[in-house]
Design a protein around this ligand. Structure first.
Ligand SMILES: Nc1ncnc2c1ncn2[C@@H]1O[C@H](COP(=O)(O)OP(=O)(O)OP(=O)(O)O)[C@@H](O)[C@H]1O
Length: 341
């Protein structure tokens, strides 16, 4: 039986700003309902400015003004008790940080303090949540470094003395040394070259399987989703527009936006011309009426311009928010789905 570790219901998180008396509201997360199961890797995809980072900042309980939760709930079922991010106190968040809820941030250099040795940064992150000291603490950290294929000497190094790949492994180490139940990874491999990227992705998967934790993995790179995730959710203009098992999303997408994202992947031997998706995601300060994708959608009909499509079940474990989901055709022939090999 699958169990849920996180339940998000009707979540709205907006940036509310006031420029010289003029109110401005960016609806970055606008009515998202979804669950994350125990022991799964859930991928979040979508173009730039679609709201992915804003959404996971809420999941990570890292909400800072001008962002605010306007409505909804974000309920975790942690081993040490339930927590709703929407109502949690700073002390409750502090109690789960790193030990239950952890975050692998974008760009290792911005996470690691350049004038602090790695060993000191590990102490800042892990000593208190682990509740260990002396030899027991040191043994725990050294074991973890070994699992990350990092030599013990990194503890004496400064960040600039390490390669980009090693630094990223260190940030993964910091985020996982307390064996958290829930790990959020925001574009953890974007700045790395392809070989190192593969290594880092393999490592995240290994650690996830070892610890049995849930991972939410954010990237706009669909190849990474194809190779890493169990399920994928597609965010467009602040909304979850489709969600399903990864294979199904690639082979039988039920939203025209997903079909285009999947088709944009390069494939060996595929020379077919595919219609490009024109335009850009809309401004979240003034999103289009009805389905927010309608101005770019090749299948749009009048109803799409006026009525918001609900996210409904369309197949086993698969939901789509499209009035015309039954007419969505995959844009890529199955023999060219090389990324899913
Ligand atoms: N601190 C902020 N203040 C005001 N608006 C913001 C802030 N951060 C993000 N936004 C706006 O929220 C919207 C969603 O941005 P977000 O960064 O969540 O998207 P994203 O999908 O993660 O994009 P990317 O892939 O480029 O990181 C955008 O319109 C962005 O301009």
């Amino acid at each position: 039986m699958t169990q849920d570790l996180l339940k998000v219901e009707g979540l709205k998180a907006y940036y509310q700003m006031n420029y010289y008396g003029v109110e401005r509201e960016v609806r970055a997360v606008d009515d998202i309902t979804m669950t994350i199961r125990k022991n799964e890797i859930y991928g979040i995809a979508g173009e730039s400015s679609s709201g992915k980072t804003s959404f996971i900042k809420v999941l990570a309980a890292a909400i800072r003004p001008p962002m605010r939760i306007v409505d909804g709930s974000v309920k975790y079922d942690f081993k040490n008790g339930p927590m709703d991010v929407a109502t949690a106190t700073p002390a409750q968040i502090e109690a789960v940080r790193w030990k239950h809820l952890s975050y692998i941030m974008q760009g290792s250099m911005s996470v690691l303090n350049p004038v602090r040795r790695i060993g000191r940064t590990f102490e800042d992150f892990a000593k208190r949540p682990l509740g260990l000291s002396g030899p027991a603490y040191r043994e725990r950290v050294l074991n973890h470094l070994e699992r990350l294929k990092l030599p013990a000497e990194v503890l004496n190094a400064y960040p600039h003395e390490l390669s980009g790949g090693m630094r990223q492994r260190v940030t993964i180490g910091l985020a996982t040394v307390c064996h958290p139940e829930f790990v959020i990874a925001d574009e953890p491999t974007t700045a790395l070259d392809v070989v190192v990227q593969k290594e880092v992705l393999g490592l995240i998967r290994e650690i996830q399987q070892d610890m049995g934790s849930s991972v939410v993995f954010v990237t706009h790179d669909m190849t990474v989703h194809a190779n890493m995730t169990d399920r994928v959710g597609i965010i467009y203009a602040g909304r979850l527009v489709e969600e399903g098992p990864t294979r199904q999303m690639f082979f039988a997408p039920k939203h025209p936006y997903t079909a285009h994202l999947v088709a944009s992947l390069p494939r060996i031997g595929d020379t077919a011309q595919r219609p490009a998706l024109e335009g850009r995601p809309p401004s979240l300060a003034n999103p289009p009426s009805g389905c927010r994708f309608h101005p770019r959608c090749p299948l749009a009909i009048d109803k799409c311009r006026t009525d918001v499509p609900p996210l409904i079940p369309v197949a086993n474990d698969h939901r789509s928010a499209c009035w015309r989901w039954q007419d969505v055709e995959p844009l890529v022939a199955p023999q060219h789905q090389a990324v899913m090999a």
